[in-house]
Design a binder for this molecule. Sequence first.
Ligand code: MN
Length: 273
Amino acid sequence: MDINKLNVSNRETVAIVGVPFDDKSSFMKGAAEGPDQIRLIMHDGSSNYSSESGVVLEEDHHFVDVGNLDVKDYHSDISNGVSQVLEQCNKAIILGGDHSIAYPVIKAFSQKYPDLHILQFDAHTDLYDEYEGDRYSHACPFARIMEENLVRSLTQIGIRVVTPHQVEQQKKFKVDIITMHDWYCNRKPSLRGPLYISLDLDVFDPGFAPGVSHHEPGGMNPREVIELILSIDVPLVGADIVELNPRRDHAGITAMLAAKLLKELMGKMVKQS
Ligand SMILES: [Mn+2]
């Protein structure tokens, strides 16, 4: 990471930070290759930098990519790295990496934004108290976030895998879950700000996003998520895009979707500033 790149006068510039980390993936490795793959496809010349919110994104003006964090210690390196970034600017988007990074990332955000609300797009709740003996597995980050009271509320959308243990955790932490079925029946999230979006690419149907480690059929389509991003009417201060596994992708289809979402999230942030 090159923090000096953030030497910009405008604190509303959006920082992009990569976290190439998949040590906490339970099933398959590869998500560590996600950040660089998203950059590669975003800048390959096949598309431009316009977003559907009407903002044409300019690098080093609207956004600055500070590169990747060097992660040796899962907790301190990620959390301190993101804190450093948030000292320089007000908004950041983190490219994962597996979903375990959300815990140290959101810890850093919560120090800057004590009233943070989270909207999590995911097939899974990631609320396990522990998974295969690891309390920091990518199946657990939102249990850690909620038990440490890091945020004011957690809303999950797209959920389609729920175990009895997770139902208990949902009740304990008062998580608002909009299952895929609820969404299909037109239940919409009520959003509050400052808002942080945690976007696990497995929220999408595997037909749209095969490049993830856990395929869960019956998911969202890209249009639905883009429309939801466009409809946000509360301050959006941060986001992550996680679980891209380039080893499972086909023709870069999932990486391109991740790059598109990155542009839409940046477009929304820039438009609000
Ligand atoms: Mn997931």
